[in-house]
Design a protein around this ligand. Structure first.
Ligand code: GAP
Length: 444
């Protein structure tokens, strides 16, 4: 994990938030490569779950909503973690995550066993909307994106003319005042979620939960996280939320242990039911075929952008020993991202920077690719070193413009380039005319 954290900082994936002022616990910034990686993940999730489906609508709700939403959903009363105080050092910790020795829990900060009884700590960040700081205009930063979907169910249904089963999908920020943020970006206080609420008839809920489990496993495979790395935790009766008839947690083998990436929960009609009760509005559905009114049930696949980004980094990270032409061996650090997720898709490199025809040609090739993908142009340093820099960034393809490309070694090789593959380090010759199609086929 330390190696991954260090690479992420060194190469501009992830920085501590407000670092020059000492940082802020539980908050992170994504740098030039990190923002591309995260964007690729969110764009592919959106494409798979919204654009490629006829039964899904997208939306983007506000982060701050009427406080009544959180009263109805139960978050105001129950969205809390058990917290204990250490009587010696006064640090606060999650009661269910305390270390234990000889059956006795102790403070992870100072080791003392003098702890208070656990009490509930609500995780929602509070603020006030408007210039008055009173209880009347208390608002919360949303701790999940899902509620914006439930309260817009009627709006989306009326404007989209979907029929059951159909879903509403959303990607956005969520905030939780976690007692102990930990494991890098795994548990933070500001993060992003990718959530689907898939509405259905009650009799279809169980079947569709299994359908979504399969869909989501396929998704992870398509971004480069194999099924063998994902543990499906079928939450047993008694451990699930009381309204859920089935819940699967998808867990990934992180270096710090197997931990949750996503939850897929069959939540019955609990959420719409609560909003009907509290708002008095008709969030039900009229089934034309059976002429019956019903409150739809819902299956909720809810994934974390930051946790999946971390899983992508962990899955991609590799170190291998390679030997150069002179017989020297060295360690090659490489991020083996699926090309679809890679922050930079293609690096364009003129063989030498002091040969204007090479530079000119390379710049023209880079410009022609830029509208289609994230391209990096690099002319500084030995070509081998430039390849290594791209390996560390996870760039799947490097294109080198050399003297053959500009026709100095005869017309047969003119307008061909060297295409170098990140994973195998193999090089092949490819015609410039075929380059776009070749790359697009692999990165989409
Ligand atoms: N609407 C359901 C819901 O929010 P959750 O299990 O609390 O369910 C869903 O959250 C996902 O959001 C988690 O599986 C995880 O990927 C992500 N997530 C939750 N808390 C997080 C945190 N503190 N930091 C980063 N990601 C978090």
């Amino acid at each position: 994990m330390e190696k991954i954290v260090s690479l992420c900082k060194r190469r501009g994936f992830i920085f501590q938030s407000s670092e020059i002022y000492g940082g802020l616990n539980g908050f992170w910034d994504f740098g030039p490569l990190g923002v591309e990686l995260k964007k690729n993940l969110k764009d592919f999730w959106w494409r798979r779950n919204v654009r490629e489906r006829d039964d899904m609508e997208g939306m983007d709700g506000s982060i701050i909503m009427n406080r009544a939403v959180w009263k109805a959903s139960g978050h105001e009363e129950t969205f809390s973690d058990p917290m204990v105080d250490c009587k010696e050092c006064h640090s606060r910790n999650r009661a269910d995550q305390l270390p234990e020795k000889n059956g006795e829990k102790y403070c992870p900060n100072c080791g003392s066993r003098k702890l208070t009884e656990p009490r509930d700590f609500n995780l929602m960040f509070k603020s006030h909307a408007g210039p008055l700081e009173s209880d009347d205009n208390l608002v919360y930063l949303r701790p999940e994106t899902a509620q914006a979907i439930f309260v817009n169910f009627r709006n989306v249904l009326d404007t989209s003319r979907q029929k059951l089963p159909f879903g509403i999908a959303q990607i956005g920020k969520a905030f939780r005042n976690e007692i102990n943020p930990r494991n890098y970006i795994f548990r933070s206080r500001e993060f992003e979620q990718m959530e689907i609420e898939y509405f259905c008839r009650p009799e279809d809920g169980m079947r569709l939960t299994d359908y979504w489990l399969e869909e989501r496993l396929k998704f992870y495979e398509d971004i480069g996280i194999p099924r063998s790395k994902i543990k499906i935790h079928d939450i047993p009766d008694g451990d699930r939320a009381f309204y859920s008839k089935k819940t699967y947690d998808l867990e990934y083998e992180f270096p710090f242990g197997v931990s949750e990436l996503e939850g897929i929960a069959y939540r019955t009609d609990y959420d719409l039911g609560k909003h009907i009760e509290h708002s008095g509005k008709p969030l039900d559905y009229f089934d034309e075929a059976t002429k019956e009114r019903l409150v739809p049930h819902v299956v909720e696949p809810s994934a974390g952008v930051d946790r999946t980004t971390l899983a992508l980094l962990c899955e991609a990270f590799d170190e291998e020993t390679v030997t150069d032409e002179k017989g020297h061996s060295e360690t090659r650090t490489v991020l083996r991202f699926h090309p679809r997720m890679a922050p930079i898709k293609c690096a364009v490199l003129p063989l030498l920077k002091n040969k204007p025809p090479l530079v000119e040609k390379a710049r023209a090739v880079a410009s022609s690719l830029k509208p289609l993908m994230n391209v990096f142009y690099d002319e500084a340093g030995a070509i081998g070193r430039r390849y290594r820099r791209q390996d560390e960034a996870g760039t799947p393809f490097c294109v080198t413009i050399d003297f053959d490309t500009i026709g100095e070694n005869g017309p047969e090789k003119q307008d061909t380039v060297t295409l170098r593959h990140r994973d195998s380090m193999q090089q092949e010759r490819i015609a410039l005319a075929d380059l776009k199609a070749y790359l697009l086929e692999r990165i989409l």
